[in-house]
Design a protein around this ligand. Structure first.
Ligand code: MOS
Length: 693
């Protein structure tokens, strides 16, 4: 039977699934070219200071050590745009864990032993890793793209002062870590003046461009392969120091070099979600109509790179109010550089806003679903642009129906099962529609098969599969006639797998190339020359064009929790999400993305979070023994549903992004459920037993 499930929206199974479960799929660390050497980095042992001496005598004396690289002998790099990539270039230590040396050896074990034998001496300086909202170094960053800085409308403080109902609350979210299943790894090989790198990345094209720049090569002298990637959640969205070090080591030794980061090192060098302190002030009339919304966010960044956790950005999208102010402040500290983590900004920001909405609903005595419905809008509050589509109200209503919300007794502490208090909560979610220009080619072979080429990255999402569906749909052929090639910088250039933008961005180019190819085939009455036929597409100038519409996905999360009054343990009993994210192109992989996001939100609510030790100057929880991500037993009943949207203002497929919205409001829904169960507000995550009791 031919596979005819080409229709967009069908639950086509992941094409690389069998290769993954049989071990045939090879990840960055699983390429071992002939003569491969192994590298192990040496992290800085102080939180701030200068390297004054490196003694590598003992390391070099180990049999099998090939070389030791330090700032004294490492290749000079061109000035990086991203300062976190300027490794082994000088003596400065901006944070604990910053790499100060690299040992290359014939075996992994020897490299590791060698790294432990390197003695580094520092001139240590006092450090500060503690974020406070009133830190004297806090500043308002420039608003480069509308998601940062400060936005003001009306007179928020005056409106707050005269309101019928007010909420003034502060929430704290700790540092969070991406921890993809596959830690960052690269295998680099210089050969005849060309550099080939297998890297675990969300975008091989960016890695290629950055390496070419740092090593002063032309882009066509560098190939980066990211064929299979075991997750990234933003931490692989930009090149990380490991890939630069692997390339350096290969250049120096003339051998292929493999560098796999130990999970304990990720927190220092691959980014993290910055902690936030968020003050939210809501003012409303007695009927629940919001009159003033103030959201002030303070987050940290490192000394070498400004990163803003744009937690107030979603507040500019959600609820209309004549008066409002959204402000970001950052505090540079002696910490590792924060970066993207799944729905950066929206995730902590909507935790705060949607928790505050729950507090306002309680203050007003209005059902929290109803309060959100009363403040729905079809125009983006911050920009006044109409939404291309916004079905938040439909998500809330459909979720309430499925969750049997109307049966809920609104009073806190109204339901107990022995020592377990039971409660339920709701929160809304939003995530912007992001799309970037991409190129793709489509080839028709004489035997009637098709190959689509695009440097998309499949980070476990099913990108290969959905792109084949987009292609088969545009070509009007069964899905099994289409093969996709992704994950290689030599393929037609495409944007990275980030910002929930992949399918829309790559799919647009694939759709266009295949539509052209189909037209060409129709002109030829289906006759394909023996050499085949090719069509290409490039969406530059269109995918990145401004829209007259505000484009965002929306969703609603519902959670039921049981809180054990003896142990303080919170268990999630049920999680349900309803999303409005354009047209869903593959129901199976989409569901997987939604519930993956919700699971990550569950972790954020209850178990995840790390601590910056003020004396030590680094994260305390750096492996999965200390940093607790949810396991299957923590996720008993989880459902994702969606409302199909027909939005003509997006892309030829009519899709919005789905990779991130699942996490966005989940922690707030769970926190609100904990309040409903216990009557106590938890305003600091994660909601661990010590905080509950
Ligand atoms: Mo996502 S945090 O944009 O990879």
């Amino acid at each position: 039977m031919p596979d005819t499930t080409s229709a967009l929206g069908s639950p086509a199974a992941r094409r690389e699934g069998p290769a993954k479960v049989t071990g045939a799929a090879r990840y960055a660390a699983e390429h071992t070219p002939e003569g491969c050497a192994y590298a192990w980095p040496v992290p800085a042992g102080v939180a701030r200071g200068e390297v004054t001496a490196v003694d590598d005598t003992a390391a070099r004396a180990l049999p099998g050590v090939v070389t030791v690289l330090t700032h004294l002998n490492a290749p000079r790099l061109a000035e990086p745009d991203d300062p976190t990539l300027g490794v082994l270039q000088n003596t400065r230590v901006p944070h604990r864990g910053w790499y100060v040396a690299l040992v290359v050896a014939d075996s992994l074990e020897t490299a590791r032993e060698g790294a432990a034998a390197v003695r580094v001496t520092y001139a240590e300086e006092p450090h500060d890793v503690t974020l406070t909202a009133d830190h004297s170094d806090a500043y308002v960053p420039e608003d480069s793209d509308g998601t940062s800085g400060e936005h003001v409308r009306g007179d928020a403080d005056a409106a707050y002062a005269r309101a019928d109902a007010r909420v003034d609350v502060t929430y704290r979210v700790p540092p969070l870590h991406n921890h993809p299943m596959e830690p960052h790894a690269a295998t680099a090989h210089w050969e005849d003046g060309r550099l080939t790198v297998y890297d675990s990345s969300q975008g091989a094209g960016t890695v290629r461009d950055v390496l070419a720049g740092l090593f002063e090569l032309s882009k066509d002298q560098v190939t980066v392969v990211s064929e299979h990637v075991g997750g990234g959640f933003g931490s692989k969205g930009t090149p990380r120091p490991h890939v630069v070090l692997a390339a350096m080591a290969s250049r120096v030794t003339g051998r292929p070099v493999k560098l796999v980061l130990h999970r304990r090192e990720l927190a220092a060098v691959v980014g993290h979600r910055s902690p936030t302190v968020q003050r939210v002030r809501l003012a409303a009339e007695a009927d629940g109509t919001l009159t003033s919304v103030v959201h002030e966010v303070t987050s940290h960044t490192s000394r070498i790179k400004e990163f803003v956790e744009t937690a107030a950005a979603a507040t500019r999208v959600m609820y209309p109010s004549p008066h409002g102010r959204t402000t970001h402040r950052v505090v540079p500290l002696d910490v590792p550089s924060p970066s993207w983590m799944r729905a950066p900004g929206e995730t902590p920001g909507m935790y705060a806003l949607e928790s505050a909405m729950d507090e306002l609903a309680e203050t007003l005595g209005i059902d929290p679903v109803e309060l959100r419905l009363r403040n729905d809008t079809q125009r983006e509050p911050d920009s006044s642009r109409p939404f291309s589509s916004r079905h938040l109200a439909e998500c809330l209503r459909e979720g309430a129906r499925r969750f049997d919300w109307s049966a809920r007794d609104p009073r806190p502490r109204s339901r107990a099962e022995g020592p377990v208090m039971v409660g339920s909560g709701v929160a809304a979610a939003t995530y912007p529609v992001i799309v970037a220009p991409s190129r793709a080619s489509a080839h028709a072979a004489a035997d009637g098969s098709f190959v689509v080429r695009v440097n998309a990255t499949d980070i476990g999402t099913g990108a290969r599969t959905v792109l084949a569906q987009v292609a088969a749909d545009a070509l009007g052929v069964p899905l099994d006639r289409v093969r996709t090639e992704v994950g290689n910088s030599d393929l037609p250039a495409a944007s990275l797998a980030g910002g929930s933008s992949g399918t829309a961005s790559w799919g647009w180019a694939v759709h266009e190339a295949c539509t052209r190819l189909a037209a060409d085939l129709a002109d030829r009455k289906g006759r394909i020359p023996s050499s085949g036929l090719v069509a290409t597409a490039d969406t530059a100038g269109r995918a990145d064009a401004d829209s007259a519409y505000a484009r965002h996905a929306f969703g609603a999360h519902f959670a039921e929790v049981g809180v054990d009054t003896v142990t303080g343990e919170v268990r999630v009993r049920r999680l349900l999400g309803v999303y409005a994210a354009g047209r869903i192109l593959n129901s199976r992989t989409a569901r997987s993305q939604f519930i993956g996001g919700m699971t990550m939100g569950l972790g954020m609510a209850l178990t995840e979070g790390s601590t910056l030790d003020p004396a030590f100057g680094d994260f305390v929880e750096r492996d999965l023994a200390g940093y607790h991500v949810p396991a299957h037993a923590d996720v008993p009943a989880i459902e994702a549903h969606w409302i199909d949207e027909d939005d003509p203002h997006l892309n030829p497929m009519g899709s919005k992004g789905i990779g991130e919205i699942g996490i966005v409001g989940t922690a707030a829904a769970i926190g609100n459920a904990v309040h409903h169960a216990t009557g106590a507000r938890q305003r600091e995550l994660p909601i661990t037993p010590d905080r509950v009791l």
